[in-house]
Design a protein around this ligand. Structure first.
Ligand code: TRP
Ligand code: ZN
Length: 847
């Protein structure tokens, strides 16, 4: 949609719709370029609404006919919908529209992918299917008839009847239109069943394109595990007779929780040991859980309006992280979540795109499916649980499901449930939902007469979204260690509520070493000159022990770029000690080896008032990896040999941890042996985890050409594996080569840029290559801008998301800033630029 002067929508302007929808009947006559959608919708005036305007959303629809109670009507049609005179008693609306799924490249509404039909309606895609009050607080039951020559015809709810060329579905649970889904095609079902704790037998199916049958088993198991877990932990059972998942190749995001008919990006569900890495398996398990958990947190209880998006997303991310912690290793999951939060959410919160977890205005809601809404939204719930305790959390959630089942709710509803359960006043806590920005917490300590005192100061840097941030409620989990490494005080949760606050711990024999923000108990930037080497050796909190290694590495890297110092011995010794500590989980040890990313280091430099030099950061990373390889030189072959899995491949936490450590060691070993061990692993690998990592290290060692060619020949037929082939070459390119490598790949015959997975694998990887993207000559900026301009008219949603690559532009030197500024202007000035991309570029430039 083109829009010359985009409108801003405000939370404070919310008003209910003037009509209730009693039920919805839809008939689809499928044809690639001329699908007919016939709707029969019963409306009744809503006595609670003040505005009785009958406005139905609709975009890119050809209205063929409209009737009210059987009488033809002539509505007034605009770009975004229609209005019509209606009676002030209940009435039936009937309309017939024609749409063009084959021409729908935006992948929103009804579209085609790999020969099948599918839909994506969240957030506002249903209005591209038919005229409707497309807002989440309008909920109704849906009955859907699909006419089409396809063997598989699916919609939400339970199957009613089916015949040659048609199928009928009925969803008894009232839902907003964004949860509508339809799929038609020649698909293969991988089936199973699940019996709920209430005794309901549910038919499960995972529908895939022919050829993908062998990649279904893992996803199906993940679904059954998720169903069991939600019963065990939240007491929530599934509520339909069928649960269907469909894998599609062309999809803007990971997956979508449509009621009873989840639609997945193929990359987020299809898995096999030969084609998927351990990381893929873990991600797939988490996304299947996430979408399944939405059935209660999102579908049965939905959002009143899109400002409340975190109501379902923050909670569902929190639930899927609990699930992964239970299924795998809780400390490892916490570490990987925090790495992710710092890499994706912190830059958002500390740059021009900063917005509260519950935003107060937007132009295009698709631009607010962000790390802040999702991941910080989950962190806020995690803090709430820490503050009220596990038992009260469970009671509050029971009350939430009880009180709000079938409703479209707000963050106020959510917090009231906690207030009613605990008697706690959450007024100040609510600032986590209304204020943008990451709080900075600094700590000072003193010891006097057996009493240890910690003084905390909190300060949130102001942003356009929140010019005057107020102190927040910050749970800080603290433990104290004695000089011999034993615990002087176990973990206590301190509640910060003031800008400055003091906590005293009497009765200590000597000054302890504090372990602060254990488990990363709040999403803040902690400023504290801790004794990292001591904590790395002794902390009983696994997160903070890892954090200590991280801090040592960070300090060493930052010193290297600012002072030109060599890698610091304390870091080398600490990491070497952890690496060879056989009492530690291998996955955990692999994380200890990983360096903070270059983009994150750039942020640290910027926050310290310095200008990051991407080439220097790249060089510091290289020097640190090399120093570690040299430090461990003798031990590497032995460590590599002792971290191999003998058993047949299984994507379990145990096996994948061993492989992660084996591969982390192999990366170092490749620096010492020139790549011989990596070549051997590549040649003999029988799983993608080892094949792909070996390929990466061979590229790094400058001897990847033959392996790349072999890999391509082996996997040419597999789209998901080829995405890895495209992505890896960009990720592993030297800074000077990254732009050329990406450009060459865009000329490859398999570079189908309209497919979001392939576009992201190539250009998304490029934008994430810190030193490559920020190349001195500006070639990286031009390359990305060219492709954003190309993709925008085809797929605004994916284009807009990728604009975020420019969000950190103010960190860099004046020359780079002016080059980026030029590219931003060039994008902004593109005639007909989408509302999505216009909003993103405007926000980024306005900083
Ligand atoms: N609600 C989905 C989830 O979190 C994500 C989603 C939102 C989405 N908008 C989308 C997925 C558009 C695909 C396309 O699970
Ligand atoms: Zn979600």
């Amino acid at each position: 949609m083109r829009d010359a002067s985009p409108q801003t929508i405000y939370l404070k302007d919310y008003t209910p719709f003037g009509f209730a929808v009693e039920d919805v009947h839809l008939t689809f006559d499928l044809a690639p370029s001329a699908t007919r959608v016939t709707s029969r919708i019963r409306f009744a005036p809503n006595p609670e609404a003040t505005d009785q305007t009958f406005f139905l959303h609709g975009e890119n629809l050809s209205l063929l006919s409209a009737r009210i109670d059987g009488e033809t009507v002539k509505p007034t049609i605009t770009d975004d919908g229609l209005t019509c005179e209606v009676p002030n008693v209940p009435f039936t609306w009937e309309a017939e529209v024609q749409i063009d799924p084959a021409a729908n490249t935006a992948l929103e509404g009804l579209y085609q992918s790999g020969g099948m039909y599918c839909t994506q309606c969240e957030a506002e895609g249903f209005r591209k299917i038919t005229y409707y009050p497309d807002r989440p607080d309008v909920m109704s039951t849906f009955t859907v008839r699909i006419n089409g020559p396809h063997p598989v015809l699916l919609s939400n709810g339970n199957p009613v009847a089916t015949g040659d060329g048609w199928a009928e579905w009925h969803d008894p649970w009232p839902k907003p239109a964004y949860l509508f889904a339809l799929v038609a095609g020649e698909l293969i079902a991988h089936r199973d069943t699940f019996t709920t704790m209430e005794g309901r037998k549910v038919d499960l199916a995972l529908y895939v394109r022919p050829g993908d049958e062998g990649k279904c088993a893992f996803g199906m198991q993940a679904l059954k595990d998720s169903m069991t877990w939600d019963e065990d932990v939240y007491g929530r059972a599934y509520d339909l007779d069928v649960f269907n998942i469909v894998a599609v190749d062309d999809f803007n995001m990971g997956a979508m929780e449509n009621k009873g008919l989840n639609i997945f990006n193929a990359s987020a569900v299809l898995a096999s040991p030969e084609t998927s890495t351990d990381g893929n398996f873990e991600r797939i398990e988490a996304i299947i859980a996430h979408e399944y958990f939405h059935n209660w947190t999102g579908n049965r209880i939905t959002c009143r309006d899109w400002f409340q998006l975190c109501l379902k997303e923050g909670l569902t991310v929190f639930r899927d992280s609990q699930f992964t912690s239970d299924m795998r290793s809780a400390p490892v999951k916490r570490i990987s979540d925090v790495i992710d939060l710092r890499a994706r959410q912190f830059p958002e919160d500390q740059g021009p795109l900063a917005h509260p977890v519950r935003p107060e205005s937007f132009q295009e809601i698709n631009n607010f499916y962000t790390a802040t809404v999702y991941e910080k939204g989950a962190e806020v719930i995690r803090m709430l649980k820490i503050l009220v305790g596990d038992e009260a959390y469970t009671q509050a959630l029971d009350l939430y499901f009880d009180r709000h089942d079938g409703q479209a709710c707000t963050i106020e509803d959510w917090l009231h449930v906690f207030e009613d359960t605990t008697g706690r006043d959450l007024t100040q806590f609510k600032r986590w939902y209304s204020q943008a920005g990451t709080p900075h917490v600094s700590v000072e300590d003193s010891f006097d007469n057996g009493t240890y005192t910690l003084t905390f100061r909190q300060h949130t840097p102001p942003s356009t979204a929140t010019p005057d941030p107020q102190p927040q409620v910050i749970p800080v989990a603290v433990g104290l260690l004695a000089a011999d490494g034993t615990e002087a005080m176990g973990t206590q949760v301190l509640e910060l509520t003031e800008a400055e606050q003091r906590f005293s711990f009497p009765g200590l024999e000597a000054k302890p070493v504090p372990s602060i923000l254990r488990g990363f108990s709040a999403p803040v930037v902690l400023k504290h000159d801790a004794d990292h080497a001591f904590l790395l050796a002794h902390d009983t909190d696994p997160f903070n022990r890892w954090e200590a290694a991280r801090s040592l590495g960070k300090a060493s890297l930052l010193n290297a770029v600012t002072e030109g110092t060599p890698p610091e011995q304390s870091w080398l010794d600490g990491v070497a000690g952890a690496l060879t500590d056989e009492t530690l989980d291998p996955a955990y040890r692999a994380y200890t080896l990983a360096l903070p990313g270059q983009s994150q280091l750039a942020a640290d430099l910027h926050n310290a008032g310095q200008t990051p030099d991407p080439d220097a950061l790249w060089a510091a990373h290289e020097a640190h990896r090399q120093a570690l390889a040299d430090r461990l030189d003798d031990a590497l072959p032995g460590l590599f040999a002792s971290h191999q899995v003998d058993a047949p491949y299984a994507p379990t936490a145990g096996q994948s941890g061993t492989r992660a450590l084996g591969n982390a060691v192999l990366a170092l070993l490749t620096r010492q042996d020139g790549g011989d061990a990596a070549q051997a692993q590549f040649d003999t690998a029988t799983n993608m985890t080892q094949q792909l990592s070996a390929l990466a290290y061979l590229i790094r060692a400058g001897r990847g050409d033959a392996a790349l060619a072999k890999f391509e020949a082996q996997w040419q037929h597999d789209r998901l594996v080829m995405d890895k082939w495209f992505g890896l070459q960009v990720m592993e390119a030297k800074p000077d080569d990254a732009a050329d490598t990406a450009t060459a790949l865009t000329k490859h015959p398999d570079f189908n840029w309209k497919n979001p997975n392939r576009f992201r694998a190539t250009l998304g990887s490029f934008a994430a290559h810190h030193a490559g993207f920020h190349a001195k000559d500006g070639s990286g900026y031009t390359l990305l801008a060219d492709w954003l301009i190309t993709l925008d008219p085809v797929n605004p949603q994916t284009t807009a998301r990728m604009c975020a690559a420019f969000q950190t532009w103010r960190r860099y030197d004046a020359i780079r800033q002016s080059m980026i500024s030029r590219e931003l202007a060039r994008i902004a000035d593109t005639p007909g630029l989408s509302r999505d991309t216009t909003e993103m570029i405007t926000r980024i430039r306005d900083a």
